[in-house]
Design a protein around this ligand. Structure first.
Ligand code: ATP
Length: 235
């Protein structure tokens, strides 16, 4: 098992955002978390990457307990978090943004190899290496955020709403790239409002409702579940 999340309880002050969440990811999988606004999807990612601390419960990665490991150490161990809303560094160039993603690494040749790998997935970034992040289009910023997430050479990427604000063609493109990153050996935990697209590239999925997992299964079964169809797929 790559990631094992057990019985997480997370609070924001008095708000009980995650109410005993348990799930796991096997090596090589794409797993989706789907659910309505405010269900706790981003909170789950923030807790795994060490930005938030659970009040109880545990997170194990590659067999080690990382529940209280500092966020920077979690990156070093192989988990990369691409947050919602892109959060790129607007005043830095594309190249500098990508280099920031490799801040835990020090071998320049290896870092360059990762950058070349990002350019295979996102050729558009290579064409814009010296452009400032803040002047990229929304879709390009999403590409940059995802590329930056690849620069730490993660074995697991946490992707929060990668399709948000993108045109339908770009949505398709970004999902194809996610599939491709996965096929190169990186496991993926995907949070998406676009549940149909997410399920179409996932092995398994968990449905979150107000801080609890209410349904889990392989992606096809979840896609065909009548409640999921009416609540999340608009079918
Ligand atoms: P969305 O799809 O809208 O991003 P989500 O499923 O990712 O939603 P979270 O962002 O994890 O949901 O939020 C879960 C709950 O925690 C919500 O009720 C939200 O209002 C609350 N919450 C999130 N961040 C904070 C915060 N910094 N302070 C207080 N409450 C918060």
């Amino acid at each position: 098992m790559l990631l094992d999340v057990k019985n997480l309880n997370v609070y924001y002050g008095a708000i009980h955002a995650l109410q005993g969440i348990s799930f796991h990811i096997e090596e090589g999988e794409i797993v989706s978390l789907i659910g309505a606004n405010g269900a706790g999807k981003s909170t789950t990612l923030r807790t795994i990457s060490g930005i938030l601390r659970p009040r109880s419960g545990s997170v194990h990665f590659k067999g080690e307990d990382i529940t209280t490991t500092p966020a920077e150490q979690i990156v070093r161990r192989g988990i990369s978090h691409v947050p919602e809303g892109r959060k790129i560094f607007a005043p830095l160039t594309v190249r500098e943004n990508l280099e920031m993603g490799a801040y835990t690494r020090d071998d320049p040749d290896e870092i360059q190899k990762s950058m070349d790998r990002v350019f295979v997935s996102f050729p558009r970034l290579k064409e814009r290496l010296n452009q400032l992040g803040g002047t990229l289009s929304g879709g390009e910023q999403q590409m940059l955020a995802t590329g930056r997430g690849m620069m730490s050479k993660p074995s697991l990427i946490l992707l929060d709403e990668p399709s948000m604000g993108l045109s339908p063609i770009l949505v398709e493109e970004i999902f194809n790239i996610i599939k491709e990153i996965n096929s190169q050996g990186t496991s993926i935990l995907l949070v998406e409002q676009n549940a149909l697209m997410a399920l179409s590239i996932s092995n398994r999925a968990y449905v979150l409702e107000t801080g609890r997992i209410v349904l889990e299964g392989n992606a096809d079964d979840i896609k065909n579940n009548p409640q999921v169809k009416s609540a999340y797929l608009g079918i």
